[in-house]
Structures are given as structure tokens and as C-alpha cells.
Write a protein that binds this ligand. Structure first.
Ligand code: IPD
Length: 292
């Protein structure tokens, strides 16, 4: 572990910060989950579909979510839990004031199915409706992101700071995603937005990693300048939006208003200026909230 991350742990210890055990448990169970994902990565998967034709789930998603939930529920029985697979099996995704662990066992399940390395375990702890602690661990890429509100975000032990944000979209490398829906209006509108951005702003390029959490982690790491999407869920971005914030970036809804964890529309960027430049170009896509 790098010196800078040791300093984070020392500072949490010195101030008797209640978030220290939470961070340690999230990191420990994310590492176990990462090992399971790595073991299963090149093997044949048992893939099933969820609501949308391209919304996939594997036995590893379910196994990993159960492992993480069992571990955290045992340690923190009074806390609440929201997990991608539990919600798709009918559990509630409503956020209360109770400390709530939000878990995506594999962000980038489609990548996992196709042996594309952009996959990550995401664990966020939300207290009073704000993410306080987050871990995003990409086992194939060998990247571990940790973040604690007001104390910073780290990748493989090194502190993340957004450096020299580009002044305009015309100098930006951006990312978005097609998402799992194959609804014609959604696909056409996303396609129109992508074309409009290319033609009106002459961005340097547009990427789709296939993982909302890793798109955001890339902003915190200075590897892309902006990511936007209609459709990601609270478990995809609870931890990674804090990574962006702690690195000096900003996350809003796709209309530029304040980000809501239940909102399912996001723009994350190295600066608010880029978001303000993008928003007038976008045709908005009505998207149901996670708590609807
Ligand atoms: C999905 C991925 C994908 C994004 C979707 C997410 P999942 O998460 O992050 O890139 O386009 O919006 O739901 O289903 O792989 O956990």
C-alpha cells in the first residue's frame, strides 16, 4: 500500500473517525469479491437476461452480491442495504436516513460475459443520503479506488487530483454509454446526442468503457474529461461520484441540475464549465428514478 493511502488510514485513526472500520470492511470484502470475479473471468458463464434484452446477469453477480451482503450485514446488522441483484429480484431501492450500503457486485456485467477487462466491484456507504465511503475495485485491470468524503480519493494508493481541466469540449475526450435498453426512442435519441456532440463540439473522441463506475474513475484519474448517461443506477455511481468530487470534479443530472443518487441521469466532468457547455446540446431522455 502506498504512503499516501497510509496517511488516509492514519488520519482516520487519529481522529477516531467512525468511517475507518467501514472503509476497512468495504476494502476487505471488495478484495475477496475481486478474487472471485478474477477466477470466473475466463470461464464459461451461466448468463441470463433481466428486464431488457441486453441487461445481463451471471451466477457470479449473484454469488458476489450475496458474499458482500452476508459479510457487511453480519458486521453492521442495523444498517440498510441496496444491491443491484437484490433489487432486480424485487427488493426496494429506496434510500432512508439509515446508513445504507449500496453494492454493484459487477459493474460492467456485459464486459464480464465477453471477457472484456472493464469490470468493477462497487461498494458505497451512504450516510444521511450522501456517500461517505466508497471502494471501486477492478480486479482484471488491477486497479483499486478508495474514497472517503473530505479526505480524498486514491487509486492503488495514490491520491487522485484532476489536473489542468481542459477549457472546452473541443479539447475534451469524453465517454458515454448505450446502456441496456433497446427501446427505439432511447437508442435514436442517444445516437442523435452522440452525433450532435461530435458535430457541434468537435470533441477529440468519445469512448464507451461499458462501466459507469470506471468512466467516472477515469475522470478522477485525468484519463477522460466528461462522462454522461441516462440509465445508470445508484449502485453504479454512489461510490464513483464521490471519487470524482474528491478529485476536484463535478457530477450533475443530465440537465445540469444537482445530482440525485436516485436520479439515474448523470454528467460527471473535470469542471462545471464543460457540463454547462454540454447541456444545451443534449436532447433529454425521460428516465424512471431508482425509487419509482
Ligand atoms: C451498467 C454499466 C453500463 C451502463 C449501465 C449500467 P451493470 O451496469 O455500468 O456501462 O451503461 O447504465 O447499468 O449492469 O453492468 O452493473
Amino acid at each position: 500500500m502506498e504512503q499516501e493511502l497510509n496517511e488516509l488510514f492514519e488520519s482516520l485513526t487519529k481522529t477516531n473517525d467512525e468511517r475507518l472500520p467501514y472503509l476497512k470492511s468495504a476494502l476487505e470484502i471488495a478484495q475477496c469479491a475481486g478474487n472471485i470475479i478474477e477466477d470466473a473471468f475466463y470461464k464459461l458463464k451461466n448468463v441470463t437476461g433481466k428486464g431488457d434484452v441486453a441487461d445481463l446477469v451471471t451466477e457470479t453477480d449473484k454469488l458476489v452480491e450475496k458474499l458482500i451482503f452476508d459479510y457487511l450485514k453480519d458486521l453492521y446488522p442495523s444498517h440498510s442495504f441496496i444491491g443491484e441483484e437484490s433489487v432486480s429480484d424485487g427488493a426496494s431501492a429506496r434510500l432512508s436516513d439509515n446508513p445504507t450500503w449500496v453494492v454493484d457486485p459487477i459493474d460492467g456485467t456485459t464486459n464480464f460475459v465477453h471477457m472484456n477487462p472493464n469490470v468493477a466491484v462497487c461498494i458505497g456507504l451512504i450516510i444521511n443520503k450522501r456517500t461517505e465511503v466508497g471502494v471501486v475495485l477492478a480486479p482484471i485491470l488491477k486497479e483499486t479506488y478508495v474514497v472517503v468524503r473530505s479526505l480524498g480519493g486514491y487509486c492503488n494508493g495514490k491520491r487522485l487530483h484532476i489536473k489542468n481541466p481542459v477549457p472546452s469540449l473541443s479539447q475534451a475526450l469524453i465517454a458515454s454509454e448505450w446502456g441496456a435498453s433497446r427501446d427505439q426512442y432511447q437508442i435514436e435519441t442517444k445516437g442523435k446526442n452522440f452525433m450532435d456532440i461530435m458535430l457541434k463540439h468537435n470533441v477529440h473522441g468519445m469512448r464507451c468503457t461499458g462501466s459507469a463506475a470506471l468512466n467516472m474513475a477515469l475522470i478522477a484519474s485525468n484519463a477522460i474529461d466528461l462522462y454522461f448517461e441516462w440509465g445508470p443506477h445508484i449502485w453504479d455511481f454512489a461510490a464513483s461520484s464521490l471519487l470524482v468530487e474528491e478529485a476536484g470534479g463535478v457530477t450533475t443530472c443530465t440537465d445540469g441540475s444537482e445530482m440525485g443518487l436516485m436520479g439515474r441521469t448523470v454528467i460527471s466532468a473535470s469542471s462545471k464549465k464543460l457540463i454547462d457547455e454540454l447541456v444545451p446540446t443534449l436532447t433529454q431522455i425521460p428516465t424512471p428514478r431508482d425509487d419509482e
